[in-house]
Design a protein. Structure first.
Length: 76
């Protein structure tokens, strides 16, 4: 289970998948009704920075062996 606090700190989301789309990082969520939707988790100054943040999320998951991980999106 991966919980991410969005960059604006207005949402805490249980995401199923995290992707980089240009300068944005998106989180995909699936509900119990099999609906799937996405939300912007953060926006950064470059695609390279967005990829760095994605790697930070990956490292956090690895540190916790993938069990109930929380991550706060950095401001920059």
């Amino acid at each position: 289970m991966l919980w991410i606090s969005t960059q604006d700190k207005k949402s805490l989301i249980n995401v199923k998948e995290v992707t980089v789309n240009g300068k944005k990082i998106k989180g995909f969520v699936s509900s119990s009704t099999l609906d799937e939707w996405s939300k912007d988790l953060g926006k950064y100054e470059s695609n390279e920075r967005a990829l760095e943040v994605l790697n930070e999320i990956f490292m956090k998951i690895e540190e916790n062996n993938g069990i109930s991980v929380t991550f706060a999106m950095p401001k920059k």
